[in-house]
Design a protein around this ligand. Structure first.
Ligand SMILES: C[S@@+](CC[C@H](N)C(=O)[O-])C[C@H]1O[C@@H](n2cnc3c(N)ncnc32)[C@H](O)[C@@H]1O
Length: 296
């Protein structure tokens, strides 16, 4: 981009970026040009559309140029911005955290009424989020349900630092307790709702992932072992000791993993209450109760 251009405007910058991204083979050049420009100018989409002639000054243009270079080198837009919107929260990302995905919002949509029903019965709801990353799932739930509190675990101390900072930014830290833990190892007590989006990619399929995933999301957030089910096995083995009798365990899964995950939890005394697919018809979320629950 020519930084000596004295008449740079939002419309010109976006058009140039769009062409450049298309030349680099980026799948959605227009969308990426808009998201990057908007975020770096601190403008939402409407504000950008309403003021195409707003000048872009040289400092702003330099920032956009640096981001464009990274994007053309294959770095995902939200990694460049170190920020991703999830269920209405602008979450900070770090190298140690997965970029939260829209698919995971389905899990939050399923968990919300379940947690709200617990609040309706008892006035409060305790949530355990296993493998919290940015804190996406449990911060979204805490933001919606003021009577809920959460313990959020991760094996990565760096991820927990990011999650803790996100909780502070949203004023949720008094109800958010980060705990470093290998699944349940460092967890005490019983919870009304246990949520998790664990790593579930088969190790042998990691190499075939899109470079934007494989090269930028942390491996510990992706690799689910040889059959992709290691984390589910670990969670199924110990969930019984941490779920309230009428509690619910809500898990995200890979696109073809429902049957295998249901079988694993069945072996450990859990009944599948519902299975949810995403708009593409892929397996996405499972809800389990204890087999001895009275509300099965
Ligand atoms: C797929 S990411 C999900 C992150 C976040 N919950 C989300 O949905 O965006 C899986 C998370 O599990 C964490 N993790 C991996 N192995 C773990 C283990 N043994 N115990 C606890 N957390 C683990 C990773 O560090 C990562 O943050």
């Amino acid at each position: 981009m020519d930084n000596t251009d004295s008449e740079l405007t939002i419309a010109i910058v976006i058009n140039r970026l769009k062409r450049r991204f298309a030349d680099c083979g980026i799948a959605d050049p227009k969308g990426d040009a808009r998201v990057l420009t908007g975020a770096l100018l601190d403008l939402d989409l409407t504000a950008m559309v309403l003021q195409p002639d707003r000048p872009v000054n040289p400092d702003e243009n330099d920032r956009i140029e640096m981001a464009a270079i990274r994007r053309c080198a294959g770095e995902p837009v939200h990694r460049i911005l170190a920020m991703r919107s999830f269920f209405g929260l602008d979450l900070h990302l770090s190298d140690a955290t997965l970029e939260p995905r829209p698919d995971t919002e389905i899990l939050v949509e399923i968990a919300l009424p379940i947690a709200q029903a617990v609040v309706g019965r008892s006035g409060r709801c305790s949530i355990l989020d296993l493998g919290t990353g940015t804190g996406a799932i449990c911060l979204a739930l805490l933001a919606q349900i003021s009577q809920a509190s959460a313990v959020a675990t991760d094996i990565s101390e760096a991820a927990l630092r990011t999650a803790r900072a996100n909780a502070e930014r949203f004023g949720l830290s008094d109800r958010f307790q980060p705990v470093r833990s290998n699944w349940f190892e460092g967890v005490d007590g019983l919870y009304d709702v246990i949520v998790s989006n664990p790593p579930y990619i088969r190790s042998g399929e990691i190499a075939d992932l899109e470079p934007e995933v494989r090269d930028f999301d942390p491996m510990v957030a992706l690799d689910g072992g040889a059959d992709g089910l290691d984390a589910y096995r670990a969670i199924a083995r110990e969930a019984d000791g941490h779920l309230e009798p009428e509690g619910r365990l809500i898990l995200e899964t890979g696109f073809d993993q429902h049957a295998a995950v249901i079988a694993l939890f069945d072996d450990c005394g859990f009944i599948c209450q519902s299975r949810v697919q995403d708009l593409g018809g892929n397996d996405r979320v499972l809800v389990f109760s204890r087999a001895d629950s009275e509300t099965v």
